[in-house]
Design a protein around this ligand. Structure first.
Ligand SMILES: [Zn+2]
Length: 160
């Protein structure tokens, strides 16, 4: 039962604030990561497939009450790419002529940190390591909270 694991009474205003906050924060994080110089160690196809598999696994494992928050964060993280890059990718795959307009400044050439020519390898490598280490440290430091809040059911069953 969902309510049993929910220590906070989530009123609708609070829910909307959390959903919009998660979405906005992820748009901001997307912008920061796109502005930092970075190359792409994985091919676009593998990157998208691997990401979708991880997202799907998390949704399957996750306590149902947190799925809307997770999806709002996912939307914030994904929508800028879908809006700015979706038509270009669609054109490439289906050989169509949809217009491609980039409205998010971090996708414009003068602000984007994307590196496609193999230059600045070490800067990109260091930035990737900073992101990975930050992620692992955050998950480690907040492991109790993550286990309790997101995977509460599994966590309770492991502790029994
Ligand atoms: Zn982007």
């Amino acid at each position: 039962m969902i309510g049993r694991h929910n220590p906070v009474k989530w009123n609708i205003k609070f829910k909307i604030r959390i959903l919009l906050g998660g979405m906005s924060l992820n748009v901001l994080l997307h912008a920061i990561l796109d502005i930092l110089p970075h190359s792409y160690p994985l091919s676009g196809k593998i990157d998208v497939i691997l990401s979708l598999v991880i997202y799907a696994m998390l949704i399957i494992l996750m306590n149902r009450q947190y799925i809307p928050v997770f999806l709002s964060c996912f939307l914030g993280r994904t929508l800028p790419d879908v809006i700015d890059l979706g038509s270009g990718i669609f054109n490439k795959i289906f050989d169509t002529g949809l217009p491609t307009v980039k409205i998010f400044p971090w996708h414009w050439p003068q602000y984007s940190g994307s590196i496609f020519d193999g230059s600045n390898f070490y800067i990109s490598f260091i930035n990737h390591q900073i992101v990975i280490i930050s992620f692992v440290l955050t998950v480690y430091i907040k492991r109790e909270l993550i286990l309790k809040a997101i995977f509460r059911k599994q966590y309770d069953e492991v502790k029994k």
